[in-house]
Write a protein that binds this ligand. Structure first.
Ligand SMILES: Cc1ncc(COP(=O)(O)O)c(C=O)c1O
Length: 391
């Protein structure tokens, strides 16, 4: 019975086909082309010890299973586990550590990841060292006999620094560390970390994978049997699962991931180029610009440069004027949705990062971040033009 949930996609299927079809088959009972929302807490058993592969909703759910198979195929991993948020997914990865272990983390990680490591997990005899992972010699120097994991975000949020994934994987494996990549910012359309040797890939599905700003979720994709067994156990034992409805929303989202990403990439590139020409903009952070310090590396390991752009306006007052003046762009946290969002990292997404750390990372009071949506580019440029006039 379980077999019927395994989609018979050719192993040669290409990325858009995989996004649309992997993990999904017409519903067995009705032929419905869209995987139904199995909103159920339990499953009636045929007899004692005889069931259809589903026993209890926390452990198994057909909608979640379809999504997990879809996401595993999209990332090119073996199995995926969907969680109630991106943070719950990262929390599940952290359960692979044991008391006394040490982790090296990209210094520019998402503020919530830093908060989880710094404020919660450090209470459990785990230690974390934050390093600019775009300089692998610094990573190597930070390795101690207790180091077990290298946790990398690339591109980073919000400065968009790039880490050499192949170099990071080689280094991690030479020292017997797991390489974990938070691939949220790039999306698997632009970057597939397993192809460079990553051991685990995580996403906030809240962002590009769902893509429509209407669901919070997370996923961990794994390749190693040992990790798969552990994550399966933890997902059920801790219970921070993605709901059937959210699983269905993300499944709907991944069908159009390639189409959306193409437009996010186009708008991202064009807005970055536009901002780079504006006299009031002091600096633009975007991996697609030739001025980006790791532009060549980004070209090698990314298919597109994404929709995330950060730029420096020089002061809190200038940032405030711009953020209050935009009309089409929405002032909001988050990213990766079809609508363009604009935000102020220092007081919004990175408010939980201490001020000195923010300053050291370049997250100044004048820094503004854009998540380019899929609107018509000209309308976005018109909006930025009128807002910059007010700065
Ligand atoms: C790179 C990155 N990782 C993880 C997260 C956490 O995801 P969630 O908000 O779904 O818990 C975020 C959220 O913004 C993020 O930007």
């Amino acid at each position: 019975m379980y077999r019927s949930w395994i989609v018979k996609l050719s192993s040669l299927a290409r990325f858009s086909t995989v996004c649309l079809h992997a993990g999904q088959e017409p519903d067995l009972a009705t032929g419905a082309i869209v995987t139904p929302i199995y909103q159920t807490s339990t499953y009636v058993q045929d007899g004692l010890g005889v069931n259809k592969g589903f026993e209890y909703g926390r452990t198994h759910n057909p909608t979640r299973l379809a999504l997990e198979r879809n996401l595993a195929a999209i990332e090119g991993g073996a199995e995926a586990f969907a969680f109630a948020s991106g943070m719950a997914a990262i929390g599940a990865i952290a359960t692979m550590l044991r008391s006394g272990d040490h982790v090296i983390v990209s210094d520019n990680v998402y503020g919530g990841t830093f908060r989880l490591f710094d404020r919660i997990l450090s209470r459990y005899q785990l230690s974390f060292t934050y390093v600019d992972t775009s300089a692998l010699d610094l990573v190597e120097r930070a390795i101690t006999p207790k180091t077990r994991m290298l946790f990398v975000e690339t591109p980073t949020n919000p400065i968009l620094a790039i880490t050499d994934l192949r170099g990071a994987a080689d280094l991690a494996h030479r020292h017997d560390l797991r390489l974990v990549v938070d691939n949220t910012f790039a999306s698997p359309y632009n970057q597939r970390p397993f192809e460079f040797g990553a051991d685990l890939v995580t996403h906030s599905t809240t962002k590009y994978l769902n893509g429509h700003s209407d669901s919070i979720g997370g996923v961990v994709v794994a390749v190693l049997d040992e990790d798969i067994e552990w994550l399966k156990f933890v997902q059920n034992a801790e219970g921070a699962i993605l709901s059937p409805f959210d699983s269905w929303l993300v499944l709907r989202g991944t069908k159009t991931l390639p189409l959306r990403m193409q437009r996010h990439n186009q708008n991202g590139e064009a807005l970055a180029a536009f901002l780079a020409e504006q006299p009031k903009v002091r600096h633009v952070y975007y991996p697609g610009l030739a001025t980006h310090p790791q532009h060549d590396l980004a070209k090698r390991q990314m298919r597109g440069f994404g929709g995330m752009i950060a730029f420096e306006l020089g002061s809190l007052e200038a940032a405030r004027r711009l953020l209050n003046a935009v009309q089409l762009m929405s002032l909001a946290e988050s990213l990766g949705g079809v609508e363009t969002l604009i935000s102020h990292p220092a007081t919004m997404t990175h408010a939980s990062v201490p001020a000195e750390r923010r300053a050291a990372l370049g997250i100044t009071d004048g820094l503004v971040r854009i998540s380019a949506g899929v609107e018509d580019l000209e309308d976005l440029i018109d909006d930025l033009t009128q807002a910059l006039d007010r700065v």
